[in-house]
Design a binder for this molecule. Sequence first.
Ligand SMILES: Cc1cc2nc3c(=O)[nH]c(=O)nc-3n(C[C@H](O)[C@H](O)[C@H](O)COP(=O)(O)OP(=O)(O)OC[C@H]3O[C@@H](n4cnc5c(N)ncnc54)[C@H](O)[C@@H]3O)c2cc1C
Length: 394
Amino acid sequence: MKFDIAIVGAGVLGSFSAYHALKAGKTVLLIDASTNPHGATVRNFGQVVPSGMNLNLWRNLGRRSLEIYGELTSFMHDALWQHGSLYVASSIEEAGLLEEMHEINRETNYSSKLLTSTQCRKHISPLKQSYCHGGLFYPQEMSAESTLLMKYFWKLLKDEINLHFKRASLVIAVEKVINGIEIRCSNGEIYISEQVLICCGHQLSRIFPQLLQTEEMQLSKLQMLRTQPIVGVKVPGNLLTGLTIRRYEAFKSYPNYKNLPAPQIGPDLGKFGIHLLLRQSTDGSIIIGDSHEYFSAQDSETLDYEFRQEISTLMVAEAKRILDLPHCNIARTWNGYYSQENSREVLLTSAAENIHLVTGIGGKGMTTGPALMERVIKSIFEENSLEECLIYDQ
Ligand SMILES: Cc1cc2nc3c(=O)[nH]c(=O)nc-3n(C[C@H](O)[C@H](O)[C@H](O)COP(=O)(O)OP(=O)(O)OC[C@H]3O[C@@H](n4cnc5c(N)ncnc54)[C@H](O)[C@@H]3O)c2cc1C
């Protein structure tokens, strides 16, 4: 059988590509090296936060992604919620940036609400008065329990008759042959497809390394923590803090961003690229993260795997500065990795006619991936350049 499209990699980018191609009536082969989702897509916070993206392109992709996730909520009510995002300012100056952002939101018709410190603490009861100088709330933003979401999503896709889902198959070669594109797997299986789309996450050395391991591509290692369940404490939706306001692209374009005084934090938080994000799961545990250590694209097969207690200690201390929790006992820790293309903020390229690659979306794949891949699939079947996916909004 010859497929209309073969998609290599079933993280958020590959899986949503399959979803959109199936909606367009195409026959789809989806192949992943693993039996269960294990990439960045299931190691993340599951925060769907268009509010953090820079205006125009990425904000718009995030807003469209919220609509796409909305199509799925009825299939995954315990894995995807619309409980909003709250940015909490840790200084008057950060609160000023939130006010500016609220104004822009009004102009661009993206719903947000400025909250006083008291209102923030009403929303998130353990928030410390000493930390909170006001907040900005985005009611329509979503949170996902990523592992569960992907489990449901893979199941949903598997039930589609036009999808052939091949797990535990590592693709080792993709090349043009007389009757289409041939996809070869390490277990000897061979498939033929009209189009091929490769969404390989941070695994850059396996197929077309010359296109993926570029100077503009970087790898990030992130360290994450999950507390034991914390009874009697409610942290609804996504909680983003002062250091996040300083890190996220959305805020960087404002004149007042440059006037922010240096944050009152120790140098080590900066050294490990730590900014605090928190999200509570249904069992009451809280995910705390994240840190950022950077590596060259050439390192994708030999990435540092160490867990650093030092980073964990710093993140717990920062969480305690923000929230008054009965305990902060850590039950689980893990590292996540993603690739990030620094010049265009994502790599969209073609290796040859009908062979396409999309990766390097960095820390915004859960927020913007579903909508980006909708555009990518449309471009592929309308035979437009993938680059066009990035120029509609500029
Ligand atoms: C700790 C952490 C926290 C994050 N938090 C957020 C957040 O809150 N919000 C947000 O928007 N984004 C977040 N991100 C970013 C987001 O998770 C990523 O942008 C996104 O998951 C990348 O998706 P992907 O499909 O490109 O890669 P992946 O999820 O890594 O999937 C790639 C898949 O390709 C498969 N594969 C690779 N090579 C082959 C091959 N040769 N053959 C077969 N299969 C192959 C792999 O097995 C893997 O399943 C976070 C990331 C991390 C690491």
